[in-house]
Design a protein around this ligand. Structure first.
Ligand SMILES: [Zn+2]
Length: 304
């Protein structure tokens, strides 16, 4: 692996000369932004659930088999409030926005926490494949519609008592009368709305266009939970397109497939620090890539 300085310079060089950027975001990006699903933050918001049910972190809590709807919604309401509705723009997302705001970009994410919207990214260039906490859907997916939930979620949190919400607040499907769920993909009943398909189509069209030009894939915190959505396709596209490069941020899995080494830069270091370092480099004169590319680029830069 090249030194940190070399990787930062190379990343900056690629981003400067590129026409298109594709952002792929997994759970590691929101974790880097401070939305930790375990540890002290979990204790702060879910101490009572931990004591009552033995839940150890917010992620596993999402799969806990709560006995009643009152208990399930109490958990989800608090989870959504602290990770979405009660959050403000964060430095990590803002640093990323700063880096890409003057480029043509598109975002694909498996995160459901709505942080790209909260941080002011262009929602016309956005595909959230696994849903969004701000919506509810019929648990059985009996119809192809989702429902915005902010008012209800806030009411629920306000009225949680002994880890339950009042029965009167439990939502019911307006079509079949059955149970409702948060709109996140957890089984085959996930509702893919008209909007979902439209965003999928826009993503596919963006890729077709971008791959005819120079493109950089910026990937953040994507592990091996669902690698088939972002991680593997990014590597495949980079492998098949000489003009494509991948900049991968991953503290645990900062490596790439064999054969892609020349077109991939990996960072295991703190995402915010690296984004700021890349942003703070300024190209004063650009000389095209050569064997000794680093020495041939004239930079005026802040010290690392
Ligand atoms: Zn229904």
């Amino acid at each position: 692996m090249n030194s940190l300085e070399e990787r930062i310079i190379e990343a900056k060089r690629l981003i400067c000369k590129v026409d298109y950027i594709v952002i792929g975001a997994g759970a590691g990006l929101s974790d880097a932004a401070g939305f930790h699903y375990s540890g002290k933050r979990f204790e702060k918001y879910f101490k009572d659930f931990k004591e009552k049910y033995g839940i150890s972190d917010m992620y596993s809590g999402s799969f806990y088999p709560f006995e009643t709807e009152e208990k399930k919604w109490a958990y989800w309401a608090r989870m959504i409030l602290c990770n979405t509705y009660n959050t403000k723009p964060t430095e990590v997302y803002q640093a990323l926005l700063d880096l890409v705001k003057d480029k043509e970009y598109f975002i694909i994410t498996t995160n459901a926490d709505n942080q790209f919207y909260i941080n002011g990214f262009d929602m016309n260039c956005y595909f959230e494949t696994q849903g969004n906490y701000i919506y509810m859907q019929c648990q059985k997916g009996c119809h192809n519609k989702v429902y915005y939930n902010e008012k209800l979620i806030r009411m629920m949190v306000h009225q949680i008592k002994d880890c339950q919400i009042p029965s009167a607040l439990v939502p019911r499907c307006p079509i079949c009368g059955g149970k409702m769920d948060i709109h996140v993909r957890k089984d085959s009943h996930f509702v893919e709305t008209k909007g979902w398909h439209s965003h999928q189509c826009q993503y596919s069209n963006f890729l077709k266009k971008a791959l005819k030009h120079r493109v950089v894939f910026l990937e953040f915190g994507v592990g091996f939970n669902t690698p088939g959505i972002i991680r593997y396709p990014f590597e495949r596209m980079v492998h098949q397109n000489k003009k494509a490069h991948l900049i991968r941020f991953n503290k645990d899995y900062d490596f790439c497939m064999k054969g892609n080494e020349d077109n991939v830069i990996c960072f295991h270091e703190d995402i915010l620090t690296i984004l700021q370092k890349i942003q703070n480099y300024h190209v004063s004169s650009y000389i095209p890539k050569s064997k000794n590319k680093i020495n041939h680029i004239l930079w005026s830069r802040n010290p690392l």
